[in-house]
Design a protein around this ligand. Structure first.
Ligand code: CA
Length: 223
């Protein structure tokens, strides 16, 4: 899970980044609205924590732009305790939730997890599957890496689908063969499809690990 934090209070940002990474989140941070914008519009994050009182450009302005470009990205805004107008404006501008400062980290964590759960459920309802920067639209039979369309054959798409559907476990060649609609497909053919798919998704930071004797596993690659 990759999170983006836009917060200009260095002490608070440090504390949040430390606690979030302790929970296993990958994080990226910007201290101004201007530096946050290109990252938020250019890269793929699973959720955003956005301080409304940012220098450079206000969090609200940034929120409007990000929401226009990324309609489904979960965004939690942080506002001052007395910032009722900011909260209302933020929710109107498309924030999914808010927290007022000061807050306890456990509350941020709980809200973040709730947002991520809702986002996953909505994605699934739309027939979407995600892993890292990969996105698959099952109904439309299309896939993207970092919002760039992937050029995949129907069989490569089917392999990607079965791997995404089992993103946290090993998928056997038999499972992949069944998904591709044929017992007649041999293990060698499966290896070829996996190999082609791997070459196309690796540049997006997602690998397909071969687990000897068992099958394949999607994995996020560190670079
Ligand atoms: Ca601030």
């Amino acid at each position: 899970m990759k999170l983006f934090l836009a917060e200009d209070d260095a002490v608070l940002a440090d504390a949040l980044l430390t606690s979030l990474s302790r929970l296993g989140f990958e994080t990226e941070h910007a201290a101004s609205g201007l530096t946050a914008e290109p990252r938020l519009l250019g890269a793929d994050f699973d959720a955003v924590i956005l301080d409304i009182g940012l220098p450079g450009q206000s969090g609200l302005e940034l929120l409007r732009k990000v929401r226009a470009g990324k309609p489904t990205l979960p965004i939690l805004i942080l506002t001052a305790l007395d910032g009722l107008e900011d909260r209302v404006a933020g929710l109107d501008a498309g924030a999914d939730d808010y927290l007022t400062k000061p807050f306890e980290f456990v509350e941020l964590e709980a809200r973040l997890r709730a947002l991520l759960r809702r986002s996953k459920a909505h994605g699934e309802a739309r027939g979407e599957a995600r892993f890292g920067s990969l996105r698959l639209d099952r109904a439309g039979q299309r896939a993207w890496a970092q919002d760039v369309p992937l050029d995949l054959s129907a069989r490569e798409l089917a392999v990607l689908d079965v791997l995404l559907s089992n993103a946290d476990r090993v998928v056997t060649k038999e499972q992949i063969a069944a998904e591709l609609g044929g017992d007649e497909l041999g293990a060698n053919a499966i290896e070829v499809y996996v190999h082609r798919l791997r070459k196309k998704i690796e540049p997006a930071g997602v690998g397909v690990r071969a687990v000897r004797g068992l099958g394949y596993l999607l994995e996020a690659r560190q670079d």
